[in-house]
Design a protein around this ligand. Sequence first.
Ligand code: SAM
Ligand code: SF4
Length: 335
Amino acid sequence: MPSSLKKPVLIDRFGRTVDYVRISITDRCDFRCVYCMSEEMTFLPREQILNLEEIFLLAQCFTELGVGKIRITGGEPLVRRGALELLHKIGHLPLLDELVMTTNGSQLSNCADQLKAAQVSRLNISLDTLKADKFTQLTRTGDLSVVLKGIEAAIKTGFKRIKLNAVILKNRNDDEVVDLVNFALKSDIDISFIEEMPLGIISSHDRAEAYYSSDDIKADLDKHFSLEKISETTAGPSDYYRIAGTTTKVGFISPHSHNFCSTCNRVRLTVEGRLLLCLGNEHSIDLKAVVRDSKNDVNLIKEAIIQSMDIKPEKHEFNLKEQPLIMRHMSSTGG
Ligand code: SAM
Ligand code: SF4
């Protein structure tokens, strides 16, 4: 059922309707991107994370509470065993409007078709650089050629839309923003540039020193492309432009320079089953405990989700110059 016909159930104290949930299905990943993880990571033991049945049950409860869009993310969602079957089940939930996924692209050449069959309609694929050596530096373990093949396979499969996500760091990959847009143009896909967020302790660089703002990126792009502002809003954090005369959209996700909290329509389910009400705050409820203590009682689970709306914070505060207040990495949160 289209969300416009649904009666909103999840409304917070500030009158915002929550109709979008991001679910992290694993904290593990085959990459170790410098802005996301430290080189040595300790991952959660199996009993501490939601099992696939619990994730499905929660997804079902959300759709019955008016949530029309679910994004599956991680860590790298496609490294979790059983991920494709889970996606297939969630994708066929009768009240869901849209299932989308964020991936690093490393597994796509093997499973793009299966994702389409699972009803995944749109993909966000992370790509920060087109230089092979830089790619290995930024991801620590990744191989650019594998990801490029994955992107190609996804394009051939014919998803409704594919978007690249690029985190831009000063003096690492800020010189590539024009090349990345040209790549998106050539491939007839979209691209969003993301300002790095201070989530978790990382070892590779000083986040304040590497900060490269959306305004800087936009200024670089304006020298080469004609960017037309798109007025339609997705209620998301991206500010969108279209490259004149093309179908390619360029988004800017700017948690530092442009606060997007007033239109926030989303919550996140972490891999440990915490329902996180805001990416930049720790306000959360322990849904795993509710699921396990209630022995999967959907009424109690739904009641807990409705109650959680009372603690959704008004906005986030990120400060790059201080130690991160948020100790969780993006990978366990679900970016
Ligand atoms: N592994 C998948 C991927 O990389 O696309 C999905 C999970 S990843 C955590 C989701 C998105 O978060 C990616 O686009 C990644 O670039 C972004 N990300 C990770 N850490 C970030 C940070 N500290 N600041 C901003 N974006 C970050
Ligand atoms: Fe893995 Fe995605 Fe984090 Fe990179 S950004 S380390 S690919 S979870």
